[in-house]
Every structure is written in structure tokens, then in C-alpha cells.
Design a protein around this ligand. Structure first.
Ligand SMILES: [Zn+2]
Length: 324
């Protein structure tokens, strides 16, 4: 509870801050009273897309010439293609092995409401093939993740929508923390959320979807894939199931007025017993001049989420889409 004296009224004002502890990693998160921290998009993304398209290295006229190819030991053809998705090396490496995959070279502008199961599944599929190819060529690199920075506010330096994969001998901080969570704690968390029903969305066959109890970022969803520890172990059926859930989520974000998001699928080494592949997706502030970033001193320097969208409201707004 925070107390202050109102500037005009001179009366004591109280604001309730709900501090929550994530049951898996112990991270804490602050759910703030709604004060409109995440306004809906009112920026003309299509016009901005047209403006920056001329120089885009991922568009059809330039993708072959301007994107780096994969090393021959990983994939002799240099690029992996599935449907419209194309995967290539990341010019700006983040780990031993870094790749970028576009949903489609022709889709320079792809608002979240227009992402489809097919586009998402094909793009995820290239990432899964990449993780497998890297692990076959470099067996020490066993920690893989599939990620997205979508639109500039999320950290993307290029407008053209894409996913990013990294495969490395070492985990990131959260990969390590999640892989250290005992199997029984994942079961407890999912059982508790299913019973409460307030944030639980659905079991889409194998994958369980829910809104985070203690989110790191706004409108955050998590998904868990039991029996699979690494993206490299995903088969076509699981890729399709994950793609469908992600598409539902992104289409819902679009309806809620959001156009930028981050995604992470945190792999542990293949075969890690008791670790369900963890996925987290959250929206980010909308792009516009002089926008407010949703990432503040709390998120960046305290590693503490602070959001004014309550997880229960987010679940309320998204749940029906998962159940139809
Ligand atoms: Zn482009």
C-alpha cells in the first residue's frame, strides 16, 4: 500500500500495489493500479513500413544479396526455407550460433492481426531445423532458444518481422534458472493455475497455456510443453500446436491495440528429464515518436516486472479465443 497527499485535494490517497512472487523462479513482480501505461497503437505503421522498405535487407530484391549464409557445416545450401519462411545467419551474432528467420520475404509489413498459423508454423519449423543442424555440427552447443523482437520498441533493429534463434554451449540467465526448477514445482504451478482458473487458458492437446501470475512484461502469457526440453525436439504436430497458440495470442494482442512483442522459447539441453519446454510471450509499448518504454529501472536494473494490466484481466480478454 502506498500513501500520499493529493496535490489538489490535500487529502491522504492510498494506492494498492500487488507484489507477486513467481512460483517457478521466485522473481517478484508489481501489479500496479491501471493508469494507462500501455496506450493502444495510433501510429501509422503501414506508412512507416513503406518509408523504410527501400533499404530493407529482408525484402525480396535484397534478401539473397544482403543476408549472410549459414556456414556449410550447418547447412550447405546456406539458407533454410519452409513455405514462405527463410532462415539465414544473423549478421549481428549474440551467441556461438545466431540466426534470423523471416515469416516471408514479401511481408515487410505484417501487423499482428494478420499473422496466421501457417506463417508461424513455417517460421518455427525453420528454427527447429536450425537448432537440430547446429547441434549435429557442434555437439557442445546444446542450449537453444527461439525468440522474437517484433517492432522497434521490443529491441528489433529491423522493421521486417522475423524470429531469432540462438544455440550456445551456455544458457542465458533465465534458461539456467528455469532448467534448475524441480519437475514437481512445474506440476504444482500448473495444477494450481488449472484449479484456480483465473489465468489458465487451455490445454491445446499437449501444450498448456496460461497468463503469467507474476509477469515480467505486459500481457504476458506462458506455455509449457511436457516431454520436450528443447526446441530441437519439437515434431511437426507440436510445431503446429505452438504456432496456433502463438497466432491466437498475437491476434488477441492486435485486438487489444498492441503491435510490438517479445517472445522466448527457453530450451534446456535435449533430453533434460523433468523440464517442460517453457515459452513466454509479452507485448511491448507501441511505436510512436516520444513513446514511453515499458521497460523501466525496475525491469532493467532490478529485474522486477511492473505492469498495470492485471493478469486476470488479460486472461479474461484472451481466454475465449483459446476455447473456440
Ligand atoms: Zn523488408
Amino acid at each position: 500500500m502506498a500513501e500520499m497527499v493529493g496535490a489538489e485535494s490535500g487529502e491522504l490517497v492510498r494506492a494498492e500495489i500487488d507484489v507477486r512472487v513467481d512460483p517457478l523462479t521466485g522473481h517478484t513482480s508489481r501489479i500496479l493500479p491501471n493508469r494507462g501505461l500501455m496506450p493502444p497503437n495510433d501510429f501509422d505503421l503501414e506508412a512507416f513500413a513503406a518509408e523504410n522498405q527501400e533499404r530493407c535487407p529482408f525484402c525480396p530484391e535484397r534478401i539473397d544479396r544482403l543476408t549472410p549464409k549459414l556456414a556449410p557445416a550447418i547447412h550447405p545450401e546456406g539458407r533454410m526455407v519452409q513455405g514462405e519462411a527463410v532462415l539465414f545467419s544473423n549478421l549481428h551474432a549474440y551467441s556461438s550460433h545466431s540466426c534470423v528467420s523471416v515469416y516471408s520475404s514479401r511481408l515487410h509489413y505484417l501487423p499482428l492481426g494478420e499473422i496466421t498459423d501457417r506463417l508461424m508454423a513455417d517460421n518455427l519449423s525453420t528454427q527447429v531445423h536450425y537448432a537440430n543442424a547446429v547441434m549435429a555440427a557442434d555437439p557442445d552447443s546444446r542450449w537453444s532458444s527461439i525468440n522474437a523482437n517484433h517492432m522497434l520498441p521490443s529491441g528489433s533493429s529491423l522493421f521486417h518481422p522475423h524470429l531469432q534463434g540462438i544455440v550456445d554451449p551456455s544458457p542465458t540467465t533465465l534458461q539456467r534458472q528455469l532448467a534448475d526448477v524441480p519437475a514437481a514445482r512445474f506440476d504444482d504451478y500448473l495444477d494450481t493455475e488449472r484449479r484456480s482458473g483465473r489465468r489458465y487458458l487451455c490445454n491445446s492437446g499437449t501444450v498448456q497455456w496460461l497468463v503469467s501470475f507474476a509477469p515480467i512484461a505486459p500481457a504476458e502469457l506462458r506455455a509449457f510443453v511436457p516431454g520436450v526440453a528443447s526446441p530441437a525436439e519439437l515434431n511437426d504436430a507440436l510445431i503446429a500446436e505452438l504456432a496456433q497458440g502463438l497466432t491466437i495470442t498475437l491476434n488477441a494482442y492486435a485486438d487489444m491495440g498492441f503491435e510490438s512483442f517479445n517472445l522466448a522459447m527457453y530450451g534446456a539441453p535435449p533430453g533434460t528429464a523433468g523440464y517442460p519446454l517453457n515459452l513466454r510471450i509479452a507485448c511491448r509499448s507501441n511505436l510512436k515518436p516520444f513513446y514511453r518504454s515499458d521497460s523501466t529501472f525496475l525491469e532493467r536494473l532490478h529485474w522486477e516486472g511492473a505492469v498495470d494490466l492485471t493478469p486476470e484481466d488479460v486472461a479474461e480478454r484472451i481466454r475465449d479465443r483459446f476455447r473456440t
